[in-house]
Design a protein around this ligand. Structure first.
Ligand SMILES: [Zn+2]
Length: 414
């Protein structure tokens, strides 16, 4: 076969022509066929993975599983970092630019959750079977297809299974990855696979900041110590004030008080009261404004405590602790990765729409590295519940979509 120059040079080729050309390659046809025929094996992998616990900060067993899979399928330089992120390269090549494709390994389910899976017709059931066992299996399937079909992307690919996406994981896996020069300086763009579906792509990273607010006081008996400042009342005043803050519709900005706790009994003045608050926005500026308002409301409530209790003994104290911080960012409308996803979707006759979401893509996006998040194909529901399901019908459409996007990002020739 005549060798052609890599066609990743977007300035010369329109994304649509590029996708058409890639989809005609013999190796790509072979990869498509492989992905289609592999479905039953993918289901086995997906169930096996789902049954391995991976609560936030407890992903080690899944990291080992993926490490073994990456090694077995012949990825190069397979490695795990100290947090449990697992990386493997398509080709042996050091120091060259990379295109990344990633899926998070962690789930929201705590240790001890029953993780049995079952299968009915085309549906798989199990906690985390879709979010994000489907994503991890997609990464694995694509890696296997690329290895088998001898496609030679012009840019090397790093396959990533990362920890710490969900909740209090706070994107720690991605943050770690992009704090290491080996990856940060080499990864040109990142395709994140999260959950099921083919109908969306993320073009805006939803930022969030989370805080734990605690008022503490000396506490005491409800009758004999009457008059001692009450942390529950102080916290309630702060939250009531904050609840009246007006947030913009656009860029959409929201807040929630999700957890509140404190006190020991009805006849005791509590020694402490704590609330957890979640602030979200597509705009870093609005997020900062909202954080400032929260701090003001809390400070105002505290300032109403008599001076004798703020300065002298017994003291009333206030602590605001950050328990989460995800950067907001927006992909430029003409970003190459968006052009490619749209061209692939047109080619595959997929109707897709852009989405604002908080995903692993927040981290590279906040560093100015192109990234988007798409689904693993199929269909899913009940995410973050014990009733979670994944429907495997048409999974290969999602896998084709991922493969084409990846090959267009890397450039490929036969
Ligand atoms: Zn997820």
């Amino acid at each position: 076969m005549a060798s052609r120059p890599p066609i990743s040079d977007a300035s010369r080729t329109s994304p649509q022509r590029e996708i058409t050309h890639i989809a005609e390659m013999r190796g790509v046809h072979a990869a498509f066929a492989y992905l289609h025929n592999q479905e039953m094996e993918l289901r086995r992998w997906q169930r096996e993975l789902t049954e391995i616990p991976a609560p936030p900060f407890g992903e080690a067993a899944r990291s080992r599983w993926l490490f073994q899979r990456f090694t077995a399928l012949g990825l190069e330089d397979v490695q795990a970092d100290e947090l449990g992120n697992v990386m493997g390269l398509l080709q042996r090549q050091s120091g060259a630019p990379l295109i990344g494709v990633s899926a998070h390994l962690d789930t929201v389910f705590p240790h001890g959750t029953a993780l049995e899976t079952r299968e009915e017709a085309n549906r798989l059931y199990g906690p985390g079977i879709s979010d994000n066992a489907a994503g991890v299996i997609a990464v694995l399937a694509i890696a296997t297809a690329l290895k088998r079909c001898q496609l030679k992307p012009a840019t090397n690919i790093v396959f990533i299974g990362n920890v710490g996406e969900e909740g209090e994981g706070n994107l720690r896996g991605m943050r770690q990855l992009f704090s290491v020069p080996q990856w940060r300086d080499a990864i040109r763009s990142l395709l994140v696979i999260d959950g099921a579906g083919t109908d969306t792509y993320v073009n805006q990273a939803l930022g969030s900041r989370r805080f734990e607010i605690t008022f503490r006081g000396p506490g005491g008996h409800s009758w004999s110590d009457y008059g001692v400042p009450n942390p529950i009342v102080l916290l309630s005043r702060a939250l009531a004030r904050f609840s009246e803050v007006h947030t913009p519709e656009s860029p959409r900005t929201t807040f929630n008080v999700g957890v509140i706790s404190g006190g020991t009994s009805v006849n005791s003045i509590p020694e402490s009261a704590t609330a957890r608050v979640d602030l979200r926005s597509a705009s870093m500026e609005e997020l900062q404004k909202l954080e400032n308002r929260l701090r003001e409301c809390v400070a105002e409530a505290w300032s109403e405590v008599p001076l004798s209790h703020r300065a002298g003994e017994p003291k009333v104290t206030l602590a605001i602790e950050s328990i989460g911080d995800r950067p907001a960012a927006v992909l430029p409308a003409n970003a190459r990765i968006l052009q490619i996803v749209r061209a692939v979707d047109k080619h595959l006759r997929i109707e897709s729409f852009p989405r604002l979401a908080s995903t692993d893509a927040n981290v590279p996006l906040s560093l100015g590295i192109e990234a988007t998040t798409i689904g693993a194909g199929g269909d899913g529901g009940g995410a973050h519940t014990l009733r979670e399901w994944f429907d495997c019908s048409n999974r290969d459409l999602g896998l084709k979509r991922i493969l084409l996007v990846l090959l267009a990002l890397t450039g490929v020739h036969e």
